[in-house]
Design a protein around this ligand. Structure first.
Ligand code: NAD
Length: 356
C-alpha cells in the first residue's frame, strides 16, 4: 500500500521524537512492502517565526490532502507572549476543526515493566493498566453558546452544553468499534441523573448497544468513574464520554501510568483521515538534548497504522517492539529504573527499530 503522511514536527522536542517515529515507520514499510510518502509542514512556533502564523493555508491544505497526519508538539516560552490569535496552539485547534476530528482516542497503558512508576500501589496496578478513553471532541459545553450578563445588579455567566443525537451516535460508533477491536467491554460515562444532554447520550448509547451484542455495555456516572479510575482501573477496557468529562478523565487516567512520555493519542474524523500525536507538550526544558522519550510518538504512529490505514499486523509489530525494548531493560531518563540501561531518544528509536 502507498500512503501520504503529512508530518507536523513542531517545536521543542517535536522534531526529535517525530524523527524516531519516521524511522520506525520506514522499517515497517520495508518489512511489510508499503510505501509512506512524507510531506513536512511547519506548525506552531516555528511557523510563526517563518510565516507569522502558526500554520499557513498551504500547510493546512497539505493536512487535508494527506491520508493521515503525524504531529510532534507545539509551543514554548519563546511564543508565550504572542497575541491570542497567533499562538502556537491555535494551529492545533484549527487542524482539528478543518479536518473534522470529532473523536479523540487516548489509550492509557501502564506497561507491567513500569508498574512501580505509577502513583498507585502495586496491589492495584501490578498487572498493568490497559484502557482506552474515547472523548467527543467537537461538541458540548466547549462549543456551546456562552454569555455573561447583568441580572438584578450582579453578573451571571451561562455556558450552554448542546448535544445532538447525530453527534452522540457518531462518537458512540467509534467507541463500540474500538471495543470490538479490543476487550469488547464499554463503559459510557454520563451524568444522566442530572443533565438532559446525558439522558439523550444514554438513550442513544443504549440504541447502539443493541447493534453490538458482543460488547459488554455499562452506564457509569462521571463522579463514580473518577473514583473507580483510582480504586480499580483494571476493570475498564473502553470508556466513552462527552467533551468536558473526557478532558478531565483522560488527564486523570494518563497520570496513572507515571510517565507522560509513553502515551499516544489519535483524533479521528468520520473518514479514515486522522491526526496522531503523543499527549505531552514540546518539553522545552529537554529540547535538543537527545533526552526525550520517543515512545509516545512511536505508539501514535502505530495507532495511525491501525486506525487510518487498517494495518493491524504492522501496528502490532510496533507495539511488540516497544514492549521488547522495555523487557530488555532500555529506558529513557523519564522512566529510568535501577538496573536498567539508560538510553537517549535516538538510541531508544534504534532499539525499537531493531526489534521489528
Ligand atoms: P510538557 O508535556 O511539554 O512537559 C511537561 C514535563 O514532562 C516536562 O518536564 C518535560 O520535560 C516532560 N516531558 C514531556 N514529554 C516528554 C518526553 N517525551 N520525554 C521525556 N520527558 C517529557 O508540558 P509543559 O511543560 O506544560 O508545556 C511545554 C509547552 O508545550 C508549552 O508551550 C505548552 O503550551 C505546549 N504543549 C503543547 C501540546 C501539544 O502540542 N499537543 C500539549 C501540551 C502542551
Amino acid at each position: 500500500m502507498e500512503k501520504k503522511i503529512t508530518v507536523l514536527a513542531g517545536d521543542g522536542i517535536g522534531p526529535e521524537i517525530v524523527a524516531e517515529a519516521i524511522k520506525v515507520l520506514d522499517k515497517i514499510a520495508d518489512k511489510f512492502g508499503h510505501k509512506f510518502d512524507y510531506t513536512y509542514v511547519d506548525i506552531g512556533g516555528c511557523s510563526i517565526d517563518k510565516f507569522g502564523v502558526p500554520i499557513t493555508d498551504e500547510g493546512m491544505q497539505k493536512c487535508k490532502e494527506a491520508d493521515s497526519v503525524l504531529l510532534g508538539a507545539v509551543g514554548g516560552p519563546k511564543w508565550d507572549n504572542c497575541p491570542p490569535a497567533i499562538r502556537p496552539e491555535k494551529a492545533l485547534l484549527a487542524v482539528r476543526k478543518e479536518l473534522g476530528l470529532f473523536a479523540n482516542l487516548r489509550p492509557t497503558k501502564l506497561f507491567s515493566q513500569l508498574a512501580d512508576s505509577s502513583p498507585l500501589k502495586m496491589s492495584i496496578v501490578g498487572n498493568g493498566i490497559d484502557l482506552m478513553i474515547v472523548r467527543e471532541l467537537t461538541g458540548g459545553v466547549y462549543f456551546g453558546e456562552r454569555k455573561t450578563e447583568e441580572v438584578d445588579g450582579e453578573l451571571v455567566a451561562i455556558d450552554y452544553m448542546p448535544y445532538s443525537e447525530h453527534e452522540i451516535e457518531r462518537i458512540g460508533r467509534v467507541a463500540f468499534e474500538s471495543a470490538m477491536k479490543r476487550g469488547k467491554k464499554l463503559h459510557s460515562v454520563d451524568k444522566a441523573n442530572v443533565l438532559d444532554t446525558s439522558r439523550l447520550w444514554r438513550k442513544t448509547m443504549h440504541r447502539l448497544a443493541e447493534e453490538y451484542p458482543d460488547v459488554e455495555y455499562n452506564d457509569i456516572l462521571v463522579d463514580n468513574t473518577a473514583m473507580q479510575l483510582i480504586k480499580n482501573p483494571t476493570q475498564f477496557d473502553v470508556i466513552v464520554t462527552e467533551n468536558m468529562f473526557g478532558d478531565i478523565l483522560s488527564d486523570e487516567a494518563s497520570m496513572l501510568t507515571g510517565s507522560i512520555g509513553m502515551m499516544p493519542s489519535a483524533s479521528l474524523s468520520s473518514g479514515t483521515l486522522g491526526m496522531y500525536e503523543p499527549i505531552h507538550g514540546s518539553a522545552p526544558d529537554i529540547a535538543g538534548m537527545n533526552l526525550a522519550n520517543p515512545i509516545g510518538t512511536i505508539l501514535s504512529a502505530a495507532m495511525m497504522l491501525r486506525y487510518s490505514f487498517n494495518m493491524m499486523d504492522e501496528a502490532d509489530a510496533i507495539e511488540a517492539a516497544v514492549n521488547k525494548a522495555l523487557d530488555d531493560g532500555y529506558r529513557t531518563g523519564d522512566i529510568m529504573q535501577d538496573g536498567c540501561t539508560k538510553v537517549g531518544c535516538k538510541e531508544m528509536g534504534d532499539v525499537i527499530l531493531n526489534n521489528i
